[in-house]
Design a binder for this molecule. Structure first.
Ligand SMILES: [Zn+2]
Ligand SMILES: [Zn+2]
Length: 340
């Protein structure tokens, strides 16, 4: 089967790989139909996020069950499914503390990072990591469950309340999923700050945001401006501290190495919460239910679809150019999906 294989930064290739086979009774093989291109994939390609050389990348997927082991429960050939790619063992000390998104096995079990992922035809997983995808929901929307689940985990930790004055920093797919998830939690207006002019145009063109949300190119913080700031860029903590109101909450979700200077005294004196979140923990089912409801408007966010052979073009449209080996704000897609 053809697969997108990572070798080292800026060196990814379409290669032939062996198809997986069932070796344990609880295993299932899923024929991948759609896999979303995630910010993590871009960071792997550009060398900002470490992946194992020779690994098949990709982790946000939906497909069809084509084979099951003897004890794969209710699953059968032909079932449309969504894959939860975040393996957890259930037995390590972190899993036993409920920190399944920090499973101690993660370094050697992360699909599309340390073990083979889903930018390919077939993927082997176990029955506990797949969920049903409703008949009428397209595979590419099913593939959004993983990023949505990560966002829902962050929202859960933030314990948001309706009417919080809200800013989302970054209007990429994660920022837009926050917009969607916050609406489900009663936050119906706010501002999204997005630095890429192209992305602003795309959000406007596809009519993604409700009328009571604003889209601004530059985040210029003002005192006591917001009760809730979601930083999906991972690089705006200083500015967020300037804009957050007393008792406010700042969510950090972007993975970006950088240094920021903040005054810890302010965190105490002004009762500010800075809350980090990675991957998903106990929210995958919730994400699947929301997606199966068909009511999230994901068709407005998934703007571009490509074949596996056009992976390089898809990356380029997300501002990640394999030829020049550079990333830029020259973006012509919101969420991109590879169709198989
Ligand atoms: Zn992802
Ligand atoms: Zn574990």
């Amino acid at each position: 089967m053809r697969a997108i294989v990572y070798h080292n930064p800026w060196n990814i290739r379409v290669e032939e790989r062996e198809e997986p086979t069932i070796s344990m009774p609880d295993e299932v093989i899923v024929a991948i139909r759609a896999t979303g291109i995630c910010g993590t994939d871009l960071s792997i390609v550009s060398g900002e996020y470490t992946a194992r050389p020779q690994v098949i990348i990709g982790h946000e997927s939906a497909g069809v069950v084509v084979e099951t082991g003897g004890s794969a429960g209710k699953w059968k050939t032909g079932d449309r499914v969504i894959i939860d790619p975040t393996y957890f063992c259930g037995e390590c000390s972190n899993c036993r503390k409920g920190l399944r998104n920090h499973c101690l096995e993660k370094a050697s079990t992360e699909a599309g990072v340390s073990i083979d992922g889903t930018f390919t035809r077939y993927f082997k997983t176990t029955s506990r990591f797949i969920y049903p995808l409703n008949e009428e929901i397209p595979f590419e929307q099913g593939a959004m469950s993983e990023p949505l689940s990560c966002v829902l985990t962050a929202v859960k930790k933030l314990a948001v309340t309706p009417f919080m004055r809200t800013a989302i920093l970054g209007g990429g797919p994660i920022g837009l999923l926050f917009y969607t998830a916050l609406a489900q939690h009663g936050i119906k207006n706010g501002v999204i700050y997005e630095a890429s002019e192209n992305r602003i145009k795309l959000i406007e063109k596809h009519n993604v945001l409700a009328d009571n949300w604003n889209l601004e190119p530059e985040f210029i913080p003002q005192k006591n401006q917001y009760d809730l700031i979601i930083d999906t860029t991972g690089s705006l903590l200083e500015k967020s501290m300037q804009a957050i109101a007393d008792g406010g909450k700042i969510s950090m979700m972007g993975l970006r190495n950088n240094q920021q200077t903040i005054n810890p005294r302010e965190i105490a004196d002004r009762s500010i919460s800075i809350i980090g979140s990675i991957d998903s923990q106990d929210t995958f089912k919730h994400a699947v239910d929301l997606i199966n409801s068909g009511s999230l408007g994901l068709e407005k966010i998934i703007t571009n679809q490509y074949s596996l052979n056009d992976f390089g073009i898809a990356l380029k449209h997300l501002g990640c150019d394999l030829e020049t080996q550079r990333r830029s704000n020259d973006i012509s897609s919101l969420k991109s999906v590879i169709q198989m």
